[in-house]
Write a protein that binds this ligand. Structure first.
Ligand code: ZN
Length: 430
């Protein structure tokens, strides 16, 4: 059954907070809550690494260790990650309060929402972004239930006998003061997710429309209708989980950065791509030779020349979530990755070609082009349009237009495009 606290994500989102809903949260609970009167703040006392390493424990509890008693699962309705994201864990009753009293109310689990904020509890300073989200989230909940800041307390204040709990490691009087300022509209708030990334790409969320949405949809392999609806949001979350991002379904700067890597290296397979048809569509030796001639192979990761950092690149120009500044590969590993990347590229190019008649040489030339300029560039190009229309000479001439890097003509690109055009022309279709 669906429990009562289904309003949590909307209320938090309306306060400008990042929210990630955990699968099955609406029907999760140890029964339902009663009338909610306030909020009890906790810290997880969890691991030091990661944004929300305790998430699984919040849901499932944990077994006893030598030092600790076992914890029976569902330990809070909300988990607050170190980066300020709220994970919505449950809409029902959670086991978070234990015996205690606050403002005369003793039924902790029934009357209070529990928020477990990720913090080791051992001298870990609270980051500004997490603390800000903590106060804002609590204020939003209190406003929703019509309560004042006096209705938020720390677990250490609620728990009886006194001293039974030490969490959270926050000065709760200061915390309440800040919550009160927010409730009265007097707080200085830090800005939430930036509205665009450093290149000016807008942050996209549910309801957004237009060309950027189409670009996202293309990259994650769903129908490009240009509307950021529930399906787009769900697929973005899936993408984010896959790339170790916070699965909030919002395409902000960090998600953009990962998406842009993928649109240049389609190791994340597009759902519209056909299955790997090795042999028939594997780019041939002429294509492989052409690409390897213009990409050098590096055994240690190097930064992107544009950003000086992400995305880190290694081998034959490979990038991906598994590659960072520490990555070192053997020549064999580089070659293996190149082979598998090339098959993925080949398949994506096949998908773009559809039923258009294409020779092996043309296919090789287009794959080399896509490997370098990106699949998105190929997809939107006049080159592809002319090819699909059977205007092969017109298509061959198009290669020469793609010779710019950072607004300048690059000699390496001029030569590469000449060779691609020449390979393309070598495979005539009668
Ligand atoms: Zn606690």
């Amino acid at each position: 059954m669906v429990y009562s606290l289904t309003w949590l994500p909307d209320v938090l989102e309306a306060a400008g907070l990042k929210v990630a809903e955990c699968t099955g949260w609406r029907t999760r609970g140890r029964g339902d809550v009663g009338t909610i009167r306030g909020v009890i703040c906790h810290h997880t006392a969890g691991a030091q690494q990661g944004v929300m390493p305790s998430l699984n424990t919040l849901i499932n509890g944990r077994a006893a260790t030598a030092q600790t008693k076992p914890l029976t699962g569902l330990l809070a309705q909300l988990g607050l990650a170190r980066d300020g994201t709220y994970f919505v864990v449950a809409a029902g009753r959670a086991n978070h309060a234990g015996a205690g009293r606050w403002q005369g109310i003793e039924s902790g689990n029934t009357s209070f929402i529990g928020i477990e904020a990720e913090n080791t509890g051992i001298n870990e300073p609270w980051t500004e972004v997490q603390l800000d989200a903590y106060c804002r989230g609590v204020a939003a909940i209190l406003k929703h239930i019509g309560a004042s800041e006096n209705m938020v307390c720390g677990h250490k204040e609620f728990a009886l006998p006194q001293g039974r709990k030490v969490d959270p490691t926050l000065d709760m009087d200061t915390f309440r003061e800040k919550v009160g300022q927010i409730l009265r509209g007097k707080a200085q708030l830090r800005p939430s997710i930036p509205s665009s990334d450093s290149s000016g790409r807008a942050t996209l969320r549910r309801g957004a429309k237009g060309e950027l949405v189409r670009q996202v949809q293309f990259t994650i392999g769903i129908t490009k209708d240009g509307y950021f609806g529930p399906n787009t949001e769900a697929t973005v979350r899936e993408f984010q989980r896959h790339h170790a991002l916070v699965p909030d379904g919002i395409v902000g700067p960090k998600t953009w950065s990962e998406l842009l890597k993928i649109s240049a290296t389609p190791t994340a397979q597009s759902k519209t791509a056909p299955a790997v048809i090795e042999g028939k569509f594997k780019p041939d030796q002429a294509c492989i030779d052409l690409i390897k001639k213009y990409e050098s192979c590096k055994l240690t990761a190097y930064p992107d020349p544009g950003s000086g950092g992400e995305p880190w690149t290694i081998g034959w120009g490979s990038t991906g979530p598994d590659i960072n500044k520490e990555t070192k590969w053997t020549q064999e590993e580089c070659d293996q990755r190149f082979d598998s990347d090339l098959i993925h590229y080949g398949n994506q190019v096949v998908a773009l070609l559809g039923s258009a008649e294409t020779s092996a040489a043309q296919f090789g030339a287009l794959t080399s082009f896509a490997y370098n300029a990106g699949l998105h560039a190929l997809e939107e190009s006049t080159l592809l349009r002319k090819h699909k229309a059977g205007n092969f000479e017109g298509a061959a001439e198009e290669f020469a237009r793609w010779i710019y890097g950072s607004g300048k003509k690059l000699p390496g690109l001029i030569r590469r495009r000449e060779e691609e055009a020449s390979l393309y022309r070598s495979g005539k279709i009668e």
